[in-house]
Design a protein around this ligand. Structure first.
Ligand SMILES: Cc1cc2nc3c(=O)[nH]c(=O)nc-3n(C[C@H](O)[C@H](O)[C@H](O)COP(=O)(O)OP(=O)(O)OC[C@H]3O[C@@H](n4cnc5c(N)ncnc54)[C@H](O)[C@@H]3O)c2cc1C
Length: 755
């Protein structure tokens, strides 16, 4: 996580990682604005580039070539990336409401969330058709459809509803790809029928007559049945009915009709057009709410209506960025007039394309190559990001802060250390007021009735288990970081077989004006509280100060019966070793800091890290586990060495079975490891066959330090398979048996790594 000593003064929140916002992010990355905190909230970690989508479906591009990695781009822009879906706006309170996290406050908001084909207006369509957007959901369905087309021996019928550029292109791309796949498998593709439905009397209604004629001929030549003037009026599972009464029973119905708008902008009170799209001025500001900007499909320029197309969204990027900066500085935004004519490039799936602009058009394989060159050049701008120098503390630009805020910033600069670094009482009270710690009868004095210290009761016949952990944020999202920090801290309690009882928090939040400090603290503690409450662990107090970096830790107390303590020394010959979560956080976050990790790898890693070990520990106990530890800073091997030495046994570790996080092998192969790794590697002396094992490129991962890692435990050999099945059913999907416990040999090195 980049840190800067410049206090945060304003929050610019970007909702949606569409074609305009990627330009905004890139340009803010190239030219940061001191004092402005950027936050990107997006449903997807990788956003598809519309121009390459049909080529991706046709098999000409792989996933990474056709998608912009928003995680990496956000990191380049020094923006916080919140992987969430926006469901509402509270414009009065200036807050964005998301599906899976606390509200996100903004000073300036920009919306670029695209559109989805409307299914509401046709009875039965919702749920029975596959809309082409959200594209990532469509692409999942496309994978399933192509798998089905390869498995089935029966003839298939695929219907595409909507014959604009998107519908025509996707039909031809799918047909081409399925044909190629079947051909490669030595099969015939002619038993897959394609039906293209158009409500209007023509296909491609926004294109010139020559282009339409070319595509009518191409579709006919390729055997696509075109149903013109046949608007679909009713859908049932596997069934379509058109206005003329015609019926079809397709195996899959793809929906590529006119763009529809999300409901939440109108529900929030933003002025929208008849289609529900946000009405914006020439400055791209909402006509009713000047602090809200919108661009791309979701926006409707009242003075310059244009078709919903990626081309316009891309072109709005630069003026949007310029006007966001101007607004932040208190300057008047400048108007922008979109071009009227644009170059349309439509492909036919087989590396052939037609270019058109107004009445002009040209076609051929060379046109496809030209389109391919344009698209790749565009993508390179976002996926090959330059290295930038670390941001230095800089002066807040004039105009960004009001006179009161300037005074507040001067006070921050003069703040003392010691107790002076404590976050002010009002901020703390406000931030903590929304938190509801788990109520427990054995907490006598806690947050509900604050005093100088908390008082908790230790029930009769129970022992108290203590542990503490504290670390710097490895992610820019304080809410997710709060969850991970709490999870990590609870790990030791579960590994002892204990039940968490109470926790004290120690937090550091970056310097900033009060409202920004309060938001960071609220987000972080809300995440932590969710995890603590789920563990029925009461947060009873803590200490918060300001500092250069976001950090959080917990001192956690747990309760246990004396005879149920799970020690590291409980490994027995014949036991199997089980790991409940995949390995790889050290290398992945080291790669993320260098902009070398893909957004989806980090998103998946964060999901694993946010998963509690509570149920896992319980399950292991129920399957007879006598020894467990949570895998953290020493890595898998370090923690295994501790267990092996304490138990007086040997073990065989099967490297092929060790579950790895997505991307971890790639980043380790690229030589990227955590700064803690060299210390962990010193433990290689415990490995009998280190020279042979070291040849395996995955070998360094057993030394990879973990944050909020899973449990490493042993269970009796005859119960191991059942235990793994139960753990998987509880959501620990990557659980694996990774080795077995052997009698102690007379070798000095107790661990053999099988490769
Ligand atoms: C098959 C097909 C082919 C096409 N081909 C072309 C083409 O060749 N050229 C062209 O110019 N246009 C093409 N289009 C049209 C083009 O896809 C859209 O006009 C374009 O994607 C709109 O861009 P945008 O920036 O507005 O939003 P999008 O590119 O749709 O991006 C929206 C972003 O917002 C995110 N998002 C959405 N809702 C939320 C939410 N509630 N909360 C958080 N995040 C959210 C999404 O995850 C996504 O990252 C095609 C369309 C289709 C269907």
């Amino acid at each position: 996580m980049k840190s800067s000593d410049t206090p945060i003064v304003k929050d610019l929140v970007l909702v949606g990682g569409g074609h305009s916002h990627v330009t905004v992010l890139k340009r803010f990355g190239m030219k940061p604005m001191p004092g402005v905190r950027l936050t990107l909230i997006c449903r997807d970690a990788h956003t598809p580039y519309s121009g390459m989508l049909p080529g991706y479906v046709a098999g000409h591009y792989d996933y990474d070539q056709a998608h912009i990695d928003l995680g990496a781009l956000a990191r380049f822009a020094n923006a916080r990336f919140y992987h969430s879906t926006v469901t509402k706006l509270d414009l009065a309170e200036k807050k964005v409401i998301c599906d899976n996290r606390p509200p996100v406050p903004f000073d300036l908001l920009s919306i670029n969330t695209g559109s989805t084909p409307n299914t509401d207006h046709v009875p039965g369509a919702t749920g029975n058709v596959v809309p082409v957007k959200p594209i990532n959901q469509f692409l999942d369905r496309w994978e399933a459809l192509s798998a089905r087309a390869m498995e089935t021996e029966a003839p298939m019928k695929i219907a595409v509803v909507g014959a604009g550029a998107g519908g025509v292109e996707i039909t031809l791309a799918i047909q081409y790809r399925l044909g190629q796949m079947r051909k490669a498998a030595g099969r015939d593709a002619s038993d897959i029928e394609f039906h293209l439905f158009s409500g209007s009397a023509e296909i491609l209604p926004t294109h010139n007559a020559k282009v339409r004629k070319t595509f009518v001929e191409t579709l006919a030549k390729r055997g696509v049945v075109t149903h013109l003037g046949e608007a679909i009026v009713q859908v049932a599972p596997g069934k379509l009915r058109s206005a003329g009464g015609g019926e079809l029973e397709p195996d899959e119905i793809l929906w590529v009709t006119a763009a529809g708008a999300p409901a939440w902008p109108a529900e929030a009170g933003l002025s929208v057009d008849e289609g529900g799209f946000i009405r914006v001025e020439d400055t791209l500001q909402s006509v009713t709410h000047p602090e809200v900007f919108a661009a791309g499909d979701v926006a409707s320029m009242i003075n310059h209506p244009r078709p919903k197309s990626g081309v316009f969204a891309v072109r709005q990027g630069k003026p949007l960025e310029r006007n966001l900066r101007r607004m932040l500085l208190g300057k008047t935004p400048v108007p922008f007039k979109p071009q009227e004519k644009f170059l349309g490039l439509i492909s036919t799936g087989d590396k052939y394309a037609i270019a058109s602009r107004s009445e002009w058009s040209v076609r051929g394989r060379a046109v496809w190559q030209w389109k391919d060159w344009i698209d790749r050049r565009f993508m390179d701008k976002y996926n090959d990001l330059p290295d930038m120098d670390e941001e230095e503390a800089s002066d807040i630009p004039s105009g960004l802060a009001s006179a009161d805020v300037v005074k507040e910033i001067s006070a921050i600069a003069m703040r003392c250390g010691g107790c002076g670094a404590k976050v002010g009482a009002t901020v703390l009270t406000r931030a903590l007021s929304e938190l509801r710690p788990a109520p427990r009868g054995d907490v006598l004095i806690g947050l509900h009735e604050p005093d100088d210290a908390a008082v908790v009761e230790v029930p009769a016949n129970r022992l108290m288990v203590h542990t503490v952990d504290y670390f710097r944020a490895m992610v820019d999202d304080p809410y997710v970081f709060g969850k991970i920090a709490a999870n990590h801290s609870l790990g030791d309690i579960y590994a002892m077989g204990a039940e968490p009882q109470s926790a004290l928090a120690i937090a550091t939040v970056p310097f900033g004006i009060e409202s920004k400090v309060e938001d960071t603290l609220t987000q972080m503690m809300s995440g932590a509280m969710e995890i603590l409450n789920d563990a029925h662990c009461a947060l009873v107090g803590g200490h918060t100060s300001e500092g250069p970096e976001l950090s959080l830790g917990f001192a956690v107390n747990g309760l246990i019966e004396r005879e149920k303590i799970m020690r590291k020394g409980g490994l027995r010959p014949g036991d199997k070793l089980i790991v409940t979560k995949p390995i790889g956080t050290g290398t992945l976050f080291a790669a993320d800091m260098r902009h070398k990790a893909k957004g989806r790898w980090i998103a998946a890693a964060l999901d694993h890290m946010a998963m509690s070990n509570r149920k896992g520990a319980q399950c292991l106990i129920e399957h007879g586990s006598q020894a467990a530890t949570d895998i953290t800073g020493f890595g898998l091997l370090g923690h295994l060495v501790e267990m092996v030495r304490a138990s007086g046994v040997d073990v065989e570790l099967d490297l092929n079975a060790v579950p790895l996080m997505d991307g971890a092998s790639e980043t380790v192969k690229a030589g990227i490891v955590s700064s803690l790794q060299p210390q962990n590697v010193r433990l290689r002396r415990a490995v009998a066959n280190q020279e042979e094992a070291g040849k395996d490129p995955r070998y360094p991962l057993i030394y990879d330090p973990q944050t909020a890692g899973g449990l490493l435990a042993s269970v009796p050999g005859d119960r191991a398979e059942a235990c793994v099945a139960a753990l998987k059913a509880l959501g620990y999907e990557r659980t694996m048996i990774v080795g077995e416990v052997l009698e102690q040999s007379d070798r000095l090195e107790p661990i053999t790594v099988r490769i």
